[in-house]
Design a binder for this molecule. Sequence first.
Ligand code: AMP
Length: 588
Amino acid sequence: MLKPVDSFVDLGLNRHIVHVLHDIGYKKPLPIQVQCIPYLLAGYDVLGMAHTGSGKTAAFILPLLHHIDCNNSFSQGLIITPTRELAIQIGKVCSNFSRYMKKINVVTVYGGQSYSIQLSALNKGPHIIVSTPGRLIDHLNRGTVDLSKLKTLVIDEADEMLRMGFIDDIERIIKHVPIKRQTALFSATLPMDIRHISYRFMHNPKEVYIRSNTNICADIRQNYWLVHGIDKREALMRFLETEDFDAAIVFVRTKYATLEISEMLEKFGHNSAALNGDMDQTVRYQTLDRLRHGRLDILIATDVAARGLDVHRISLVINYDIPINSDAYIHRIGRTGRAGRIGKSLLFVERREHRFLRNIERKINLNIPEVRYPTVKTLLACRLIKFTNKVEQQLNIDNNLDAYRSLLLQIKPKKDLTIENLAAVLLKIAQGKRPLVLPPDPITKNKLVCKMRINNNNHQNYYRVSNNRGIKNRTLSRMSDDNMNVYHISVGHNDGIKIRHIIRVLLNKIDNICYDKIGDIRLFSSHATIELAKGLYSSKILDRLSRACILNKPINIKLLGNVSSRNDMRYHGMFSKNTHVSDEITSC
Ligand code: AMP
């Protein structure tokens, strides 16, 4: 029977490597490392299906380093990555892991960096080259890179290479490396094209699968917000103000949006910056460095620019624009909750994007709970707490305020001011664009969406007030029939009544009603029935409703009984003779 692997020593890595892993605090190998490292140490080819965040970088770098012969100055290992950021990151990890291998030389080459820097580094005979495909081909064409004695080739994020159109480049590069070599290929997914590459360029690879939902998603609290009530920008600002996070990344679809959103956030005092593929490499590098070292808190990025980003401070990911597919979603949220840390992710979903949400849920095998946007009340409470904390902090640092107190007396506006009024003015000024007093949110009637179903058999208009996703969500489904009462109102289709009129009355007459308290609404020619949660039944509410009118007609609401008695013939018979009417109301 195989012995369980509890340490990197058990995996057979050399002492220099074990030493450094101990220094950086890697206590135990992660599952992908347990599975890949022994194969790679034994010289097998490996085809690994794993997402970033699973620990795959160490899984291929550690055995690569183990095999490097530092006494020979030819290039022995090549790692190809789809983006510059990933190349830089992997280059750094390589240098870090090899810090006790005195003579090792690791060089990172990528487009956007000056050739002269790269040429002088390559001249020194790197043992390991980390590169993006395009720039490597340039060097191969110029004869400034020699891969003729390469021992190990690693292709990272192969599916991304495919998506970015780099596969031909990979084939060209492979022509420059010896046929007898070790190849490791990692990919978040294994579409047929990747499989074909593995058949052509790998020799009986050992396959390793690390499922995303057993590693990435477990450590990330995921939510989605259905875009309604306030616009996305306003919602973004509110979430960023009320969520607790160390650093956040906001994903948007276009390069232009990275600039636009980051400008808006900066205007409101957030410490934010854009990251996109059009930016100069040095600026991108500096931006990531600022984020890493706490000089920047919010990054607005496109998928490509944030590929493989590994910044431990990121504890919140906001998908401002929905990702193009579920793999991109998994990649995005994988920027947080890295290697066992806890992270949060929030997905903005517009109504027309429901099916994307469902695809994602299917892929991660998880029902993502919906959250509401923070209300003005929550926002203000949050601001007040932050302000109080600031005051408290200041008092802790320095409570000798005599000089300031005397200055207060010198502030003499035209009007006479009491000290309290002055304090209020100063408070208002201090809060600037984040006032502590705001009008409450308007009631958004479209919180309720009526989904119409026409029941032709019964010739009724049949409407179910559902949650906005139009599917029964475990956390948001309406109450069971036992907990619902059915009411009769004496206005119907012939009176010109539409479902939206009924909903409007319910909203106006019942405080804080939410959609899980409303069941089916059936509209007939001369009357309608409404299902309401039993908890809403009170003489006060009934009294208010009984005096309500729709289109100037009293509705005369009456309790009929429990919904579970709907199938009761007496109840059914009362309404089934009504005529069919067609009505296309989907929201109110
Ligand atoms: P990766 O999937 O390679 O991008 O790695 C994700 C994160 O896991 C990185 O921040 C690594 O530093 C961290 N990591 C990798 N292996 C281990 C380990 N054995 N123990 C703790 N953290 C690790």
